[in-house]
Write a protein that binds this ligand. Structure first.
Ligand SMILES: NC(=O)c1ccc[n+]([C@@H]2O[C@H](COP(=O)([O-])OP(=O)(O)OC[C@H]3O[C@@H](n4cnc5c(N)ncnc54)[C@H](O)[C@@H]3O)[C@@H](O)[C@H]2O)c1
Length: 239
C-alpha cells in the first residue's frame, strides 16, 4: 500500500518503521512545515493516510483527507467533541475513516475485559471504582483518550457511575474519578481499580513502547484501505 503519513512526530516515525517492515511504501509525509503539500495527495496517489498530529489539527486534516477521497486512520486524541460531525461527514461523502483512541491490540483486549469486569461488578455495590492514567510529560490532553474510552466502558455497565471526572474538588459518588499523572518517558499506563472494605481488584494495561500503537495503526490501514464507512479497532480485530 502507498501510505501518506500526516504528522511526523513520535507516532508518525514509529508508524513509518512498522509500515516499511510490513512491505508498504511511504507515499508522503505531511507535517507543519510542508502542510501545503497536502493538496498534492488524493486517492490517485495514496491508498490510505495515517493521521497522528495534535488535538487542534486533527479536524482540518480529516476534512482535507475526506475531500481528497483518501481512507483515513486517525489516532490523534482530544478532539472527540467533533466526532458526531465527522461521522456524518464520512457517511455523506461515502468516505472511509477508522478512529481508535488506542490502536494497540493489548489495550483493545483490556477494554473488552474492562467491560466484562464492570458487568460482574454491577450487582456488587460494596465496590467503588476509580481509574488512573500515566503518560509522558508532553501529552497535550488529559485525561487520555484511552482513559476516556475505558471510563465509558465502565459507565456503560455500572449504573452507579453516571459520568467520569478529573476534578477531585467537585467529585460526587456517581462520578468515576480519573487521576492523571505526567511522568517523563511513560508511553501510557491505565488502571481500573475496584475497592471494597475488604479487598481490591486492579486491571492495568502498561505500554512498554509505541510499537503496539504503530502496529495497530498499520493493521487498521490494511483493513480499511478497500472499505467504505466508519470503523474502530473492534472491527479491525473482530472483537
Ligand atoms: N490512538 C493511539 O493509539 C495513540 C497512541 C499514541 C499517541 N496518540 C495520540 O496521537 C497524537 C500524536 O502523538 P505523538 O506522540 O506522535 O505526538 P508528537 O507531538 O510527537 O507529534 C505530533 C506531530 O504532529 C505535527 N503536527 C502538528 N500540527 C500538524 C498539522 N496541522 N499537520 C500535520 N502535522 C502536524 C507536529 O509537528 C508533530 O511532528 C496525540 O494526540 C496522541 O495523544 C494516539
Amino acid at each position: 500500500m502507498k501510505i501518506l503519513l500526516i504528522g511526523y512526530g513520535k507516532m508518525g516515525k514509529a508508524i513509518e518503521g512498522i509500515a516499511i517492515k510490513r512491505g508498504h511504501t511511504i507515499a508522503g509525509i505531511i507535517d507543519v512545515q510542508n502542510f501545503a503539500d497536502f493538496d498534492k495527495f488524493s486517492n490517485s496517489n495514496v491508498d490510505v493516510a495515517i493521521e497522528f498530529t495534535t488535538p487542534n489539527s486533527a479536524y482540518i486534516n480529516i476534512l482535507k483527507g475526506l475531500q481528497s477521497n483518501i481512507p483515513l486512520v486517525v489516532g490523534t486524541t482530544g478532539w472527540l467533541d467533533k466526532m458526531p460531525e465527522i461521522q456524518k461527514m464520512v457517511a455523506d461523502t461515502d468516505g472511509t475513516l477508522c478512529y481508535s483512541s488506542n490502536y494497540s491490540v493489548g489495550v483493545n483486549i483490556f477494554w473488552a475485559v474492562n467491560e466484562k469486569l464492570a458487568q460482574l461488578m454491577q450487582p456488587q455495590s460494596d465496590y467503588d471504582v476509580t481509574m488512573d492514567e500515566i503518560h509522558h510529560v508532553y501529552k497535550k490532553d488529559a485525561p487520555s483518550g484511552t482513559a476516556i474510552t475505558t471510563a465509558e466502558g465502565v459507565i456503560k455497565h455500572l449504573n452507579r457511575k453516571k459520568k467520569w471526572s478529573i476534578d477531585i474538588e467537585s467529585i460526587t459518588q456517581s462520578d468515576l474519578f480519573i487521576a492523571h499523572k505526567r511522568i517523563h518517558n511513560v508511553p501510557g499506563t491505565h488502571t481500573v481499580r475496584y475497592t471494597s472494605p475488604i479487598d481490591s481488584i486492579e486491571l492495568t494495561h502498561t505500554a512498554f513502547n509505541r510499537e503496539g500503537f504503530a502496529t495497530g495503526a498499520v493493521l487498521a490501514a490494511e483493513f480499511i484501505a478497500t472499505k467504505k464507512g466508519f470503523f474502530t479497532m473492534k472491527d479491525v480485530l473482530s472483537l
